[in-house]
Design a protein around this ligand. Structure first.
Ligand code: 13P
Ligand code: SF4
Length: 357
C-alpha cells in the first residue's frame, strides 16, 4: 500500500526514532538507485564498489541494506562475526544476476576446463553468492562497473581467456576499452552448444548471455540520437550496462558514482547548460533536483529498476521494528562463504581506493 503524505511523515518519524534509539548499533546503507524517501534515512549511499568497501569498517551490530539481494549477500560476506545484515524485501533480486544460475556456471566452467583451456572467470558483482562461490573455486574474482577494466586485466594476466558473467554488455564494453577486437569476443549459449566452435576456442573474452533489462532494453541508440537532435553539442553519459551500440554513441560511460561525479564537475565548471544521463531514473531525478538552476540534468529515458523500487518506507520501518525478531535478516550458506568471499577480497585487494577509477 502506498502511504498517504501524513502516513509517510509518520513512518519517517518512526524510522528516525529507531535510528536514534539504536545509535551506533545500527547502520543503514542504500544503493544510488533507491528512492529519495529511502535515501533520506540512510547513513551512506553509494555505488556497488563504495558500498562493499564500507562494510569491513562498520562496527554496528545491525546493518540494514536498501538495495537488491546480491548487494545484501555481499555485505554478509564482508560483515564481522556477530553482525547481522537485513534487506527490507527479499524479493528485491537483480534480474540480471538471476540470468546466471550456479549449476549452469559450474557446468560451463567444467566443460572449458576439461577441454584443456586456460580460462579465468570474472563475475560482475551483480551475481548471486552461489555463483561467486563457483567463480572463487575456479580461481576467479568479481568486479564492479567502477573497476571492470582493471579486473579484466587482472584476469587476462592469469589465463588465456576470461569468462565474463553475467553481463554481456559490461563485458563487451570493457573488452572494447581494452582494445580487444570483436572477433576475440564470443557470446556463449547457456546450453554450451557453441563452446567448442572455432570462434569460441579462439576468443579471449567469453561472454555470458545476461543483461540488465533496465539499461539494455530500456536505453536505445534512438534515444541518444533524439537527445542529440534536441540538444546539439550537449553531452550524454551512460552506465556501461547499456549495449555497446549505445556506449559507442555517447561521451562517456561509467558506474553510478562516475555519473554523479561527472555531473558534479559539470555543475561546478558552469560550461555546460544541459547534461543527459542514461541510468536508473530515481538517481537521475535526484541529480536533476540537486543541480536545478546550475545545470539542466535530463534522463536519457525514465527507466527504473522494478526490484530496487521494492524497497519502500513501510518495508524499511517493518524491518527496523522487527530486527530483534529476525525480520528481513539475510543469512547465507556457510559452506559457500569462504570461496565467495575470496572473489570479493581479490577485487578489493587489487583495486585499493587510490587506484580505482
Ligand atoms: P553501480 O555499481 O554502478 O552502482 O551499478 C550497480 C547496478 O546494479 C547498476 O544497474
Ligand atoms: Fe540489476 Fe539492472 Fe536493477 Fe541494476 S538496474 S539492480 S543490473 S536489474
Amino acid at each position: 500500500m502506498i502511504p498517504t503524505p501524513s502516513g509517510k511523515k509518520d513512518i519517517s518519524a518512526r524510522i528516525e526514532q529507531i535510528r536514534q534509539r539504536y545509535g551506533k548499533d545500527l547502520v543503514i546503507l542504500a544503493h544510488h538507485y533507491q528512492t529519495d524517501s529511502i535515501v533520506s534515512h540512510v547513513d551512506f549511499s553509494g555505488d556497488s564498489l563504495e558500498l562493499a568497501r564500507r562494510i569491513p569498517d562498520i562496527s554496528a551490530r545491525h546493518i540494514v541494506f536498501c538495495g537488491v539481494f546480491f548487494m545484501a549477500e555481499s555485505a554478509c560476506l564482508l560483515a564481522r562475526p556477530g553482525q547481522q545484515v537485513y534487506l527490507p524485501d527479499h524479493k528485491a533480486g537483480c534480474r540480471m544476476a538471476n540470468m546466471a544460475r550456479q549449476n549452469d556456471v559450474e557446468r560451463i566452467l567444467t566443460v572449458l576446463k576439461d577441454s584443456g583451456r586456460s580460462v579465468v572467470p570474472l563475475a560482475y558483482v551483480n551475481s548471486s553468492l552461489a555463483v561467486k562461490a563457483v567463480v572463487g573455486r575456479f580461481g576467479g574474482a568479481v568486479c564492479t562497473s567502477s573497476n571492470a577494466v582493471r579486473m579484466m586485466e587482472w584476469a587476462l594476466a592469469r589465463a588465456d581467456s576470461v569468462l565474463f558473467l553475467p553481463d554481456q554488455n559490461l563485458g563487451m564494453n570493457t573488452a572494447d576499452l581494452l582494445g580487444i577486437p570483436g572477433s576475440q569476443q564470443f557470446l556463449i549459449d547457456i546450453a554450451g552448444k557453441t563452446l567448442q566452435s572455432p570462434e569460441a576456442r579462439s576468443a579471449r573474452i567469453l561472454l555470458w548471455p545476461g543483461y540488465c533489462p533496465t539499461h539494455a532494453l530500456g536505453m536505445l541508440p534512438s534515444h541518444v540520437q533524439e537527445f542529440r537532435r534536441a540538444h546539439p553539442g550537449c553531452r550524454v553519459l551512460v552506465h556501461p550496462e547499456c549495449t555497446p551500440d549505445v556506449v559507442d554513441l555517447v561521451d562517456g560511460a561509467g558506474s553510478t558514482a562516475y555519473l554523479i561525479k561527472e555531473t558534479e564537475k559539470a555543475a561546478l565548471s558552469g560550461r555546460e547548460k544541459v547534461l543527459c544521463i542514461g541510468t536508473e531514473y530515481h538517481l537521475v531525478n535526484r541529480l536533476t533536483k540537486r543541480f536545478a538552476g546550475t545545470i539542466d540534468v535530463r534522463p536519457l529515458v525514465k527507466a527504473t529498476c522494478p526490484n530496487m523500487e521494492k524497497i519502500t518506507l513501510p518495508k524499511l520501518l517493518a524491518t527496523l521494528e522487527g530486527m530483534e525478531q529476525g525480520e528481513g535478516a539475510v543469512t547465507v550458506d556457510e559452506s559457500l562463504k569462504s570461496p565467495a568471499r575470496q572473489t570479493l577480497v581479490r577485487m578489493l585487494e587489487h583495486c585499493k581506493p587510490a587506484q580505482a577509477k
